[in-house]
Design a protein around this ligand. Structure first.
Ligand code: UDH
Length: 286
């Protein structure tokens, strides 16, 4: 990987310098906006974001290309709130990014892990991304020094979340917002595709990472502080009763089931102003 080589784009003049790793105008804690917002309002706030949810800083050469992968079904209102808050942070951090929203066709039970795999594979069909950040739709960053970047180990962004009194549900929690380089996600063979319904896939992912010799990084308390949008348990995402048993065999399955076996059908691709939406049909294998 040569992620420290600035990415030269044909359309940019060659006398630009590399974008800073930590821009000096980042302030730390920032205000969050959690109330419902119209997408047209959000669109008018970010004229610099191009169709499909693409943005590239003009004043410097970005360090890497980032794909933000958001699994989202029936949570459009949350998506608009997230975009309203997140885009501001990404732009200020001088990142070259695309927002991908991965939606799952009804009626099959929701499968968050498989939607991560779909996001990774479909993003790479559309661009040469170096860094993948998988982002729940209801996690709102509240510190602009929380850098949406990849590094030498996979990273968990959350250190405290409002709905858990700015703590985490348990020490080894690896859900919500996580980052992998292209290489890291490929080496762990992505997520498991087998977790239909709520729970377990994030613990499986963690086991896969550790089993391949990576350690887990997490942002410190102040930086990884997120607000959540409160919501009811979604329909079509009932708790998966086999999740504990499945997690216990996570590493035994790792190489033969995951990114290399993800099987799905893309049913729709829409270039929205602020994101690329990819809708997929997933056949339930249970
Ligand atoms: N999601 C949807 N639609 C659904 C279900 C889930 O878009 O119908 C997405 C969405 O991005 C959401 C994410 O999947 O933010 C996670 O689903 P959730 O909000 O139901 O999960 P929750 O916030 O997870 O309840 C907290 C997990 C803490 C314990 C983890 C146990 N391993």
């Amino acid at each position: 990987e040569n992620k420290h080589q600035p990415k030269q784009q044909n359309s940019q003049p060659s006398n630009l310098t590399q974008c800073p790793e930590k821009p000096k105008d980042l302030v730390g804690p920032i205000q969050t906006y959690l109330d419902p917002v119209n997408i047209s309002t959000v669109e008018s706030r970010y004229p610099e974001v191009e169709k499909g949810g693409n943005f590239r800083p003009r004043e410097c050469l970005p360090l890497e290309r980032l794909a933000v992968i958001i699994p989202c079904r029936n949570r459009t209102q949350h998506l608009h709130v997230l975009l309203n808050n997140l885009l501001r942070v990404l732009i200020k951090q001088r990142l070259d990014f695309t927002i991908f929203v991965i939606d799952q066709d009804l009626p099959t039970t929701f499968n968050r892990g498989m939607l991560f795999n779909v996001g990774y594979l479909e993003a790479l069909k559309r661009g040469d991304y170096d860094c993948f950040i998988f982002h729940d739709v209801d996690m709102i960053p509240s510190n602009d020094k929380c850098l949406y970047r990849c590094t030498f180990n996979p990273r968990h962004f959350l250190s405290g979340v409002s709905k858990w009194k700015y703590r985490l549900p348990y020490r080894g929690y690896f859900g919500g917002v996580v980052a992998f380089t292209r290489e890291q996600y490929r080496k762990i063979n992505g997520d498991s595709n087998l977790y239909f319904g709520w729970g377990g896939e994030d613990d499986d992912l963690r086991a896969r990472i550790l089993n391949k010799g990576y350690s887990l990084l997490r942002y410190p308390q102040e930086i990884g502080r997120y607000e959540t949008i409160s919501h009811q348990r979604d329909s079509g995402n009932k708790a998966n009763p086999s999740r504990f048993k499945m997690v216990s065999s996570a590493t035994a399955r790792q190489d033969v089931e995951g990114l290399n076996t993800a099987s799905y059908t893309v049913t729709e691709v829409v270039q929205e102003r602020l994101y690329t939406k990819i809708k997929v049909y997933i056949n339930m294998t249970e």
